[in-house]
Design a protein around this ligand. Structure first.
Ligand SMILES: [Mg+2]
Length: 393
């Protein structure tokens, strides 16, 4: 009996030929960390997955690019020759066979970039956007919130003004002196100055950055500060406690008048499970360039939705991370924001068609094949010693 035509495989395998990473150097935006990023430090990397079909997929990883290069060497025997059209199966194979080598760290980060690139390839091979492949598009546009570092109060007007002029309608300020001086008056003055500079109609979020080294504050500070933030209509309070303090996060969430956000440093879906099940967050912020990629983040976001926790992506590290976040934003109900770091050349300077806000301060979510963005080889070449392997199949 002849096989039904629809039962045939319509796409022959597209085999992975090689995977390369390019560490980005030189113009990493200031991070606000105690050990501040230097020009010679690499904390962002681009990944290219080359295939035997001439299709190349691109991804992004938020960690030292040299670690990503080492991770690729370890993973190479597992991905070489694999079918690039099967992102979830291939990356789960990488996770399952390497979990004993420090799961959640460099290898998970590296797999994140590979996974994003495989979804890009699947989209390019099928002519569908990643959002469509994930099951459908809920929205065509989303609001980027502009992330900026905190400075002393008298400087906050100048910090936000250029980005307000560019059309951003939502902001997050973080790190810097906030919470680091034992001066509640200073903390309040920073927020008050920022709210005044933004006006009452602009959304404002606050991130003290308690995942920085040796964060000095604890639960009592966080509880007091949450009350203060409510006076300035702050939309969420992010990373207000050390990243392992799950009990205190649960207590803070129950007491705080302001929604509690976190999760950017967690990796792997299994690590999110107790935080969501125990009610540690109102808003969860997984980073698609660290958690394991789109395949992993998809499961984290559905888990969050089932626990009634809002999802806001943290994949801002490069334009490819933002592109992945945009596709994730449209693939789930009720996503209204993505993070967008202000003033990063790795976001603004590496695409042929850079992201641009519309009159309402929104970004289009591309409905083109794959991630729907195209790297500009000349732009990328400004930030990495040798960009050619990314573009040479
Ligand atoms: Mg943060």
């Amino acid at each position: 009996m002849p096989q039904h035509p629809e039962a045939r495989s319509t796409l022959p395998p597209v085999r992975i030929r090689s995977i390369v990473a390019a560490p980005l150097f030189g113009e990493s935006p200031k991070g606000g960390w105690s050990a501040e990023i230097r020009p010679e430090d690499s904390i962002h990397a681009l990944i290219a997955v080359h295939t035997d079909a001439g299709i190349t997929g691109y991804g992004s990883v938020f960690t030292d690019g040299r670690l990503v290069q080492a991770g690729l060497q370890v993973l190479e025997p597992l991905f070489r020759g694999e079918n690039a059209l099967q992102p979830e199966r291939v990356t789960e194979k990488l996770h399952q066979n390497t979990f004993w080598m420090g799961r959640g760290g460099t290898l998970t980060h590296t797999i994140s970039g590979i996974d994003i690139a495989l979804w890009d390839i699947l989209g390019k091979a099928t002519g569908l956007s990643v959002g469509t492949l994930l099951g459908g598009r809920y929205i065509d546009k989303v609001r980027p919130y502009c992330s900026l570092l905190m400075e002393m109060p008298e400087r906050m007007h100048d910090v936000v003004a250029p980005y307000k002029a560019r059309g951003f309608k939502a902001f997050k300020i973080g790190w810097g002196p906030f919470g680091r001086t034992n001066d509640p008056g200073l903390d309040r003055a920073i927020i008050a100055a920022t709210r005044e500079a933004l006006g009452k109609d602009v959304q404002l979020f606050v991130d003290p950055g308690a995942s920085d080294a040796h964060w000095p504050q604890g639960l009592k500070w966080a509880l007091r500060t949450a009350e203060m933030l409510a006076d300035y209509q702050v939309g969420w309070f992010e990373e207000a406690l050390k990243p392992d303090a799950i009990d205190d996060f649960c207590t803070l969430r129950r007491a705080s008048p302001v929604p509690i956000a976190g999760g950017e440093v967690l990796t792997r879906r299994q690590a999110f499970q107790p935080w969501l099940a125990r009610g540690a967050f109102d808003i969860v912020q997984p980073d698609v360039t660290k958690v394991g990629g789109i395949s992993e983040q998809r499961r984290i976001v559905w888990m969050a939705q089932d626990f009634g926790v809002r999802y806001v992506g943290h994949g801002w590290n490069t334009a490819l991370g933002v592109a992945a976040d945009l596709q994730m934003a449209t693939a789930f109900p009720n996503v209204d924001l993505v993070e967008f770091i202000g003033g990063s050349p790795y976001v603004d300077g590496i695409l042929r068609e850079p992201f641009a806000l519309d009159a309402d301060g929104l970004l289009d979510i591309p409905d083109r094949p794959g991630l729907g963005v195209e790297l500009d080889p000349e732009g990328v070449a400004r930030y990495t010693p040798d960009a050619r392997p990314l573009f040479a199949a």
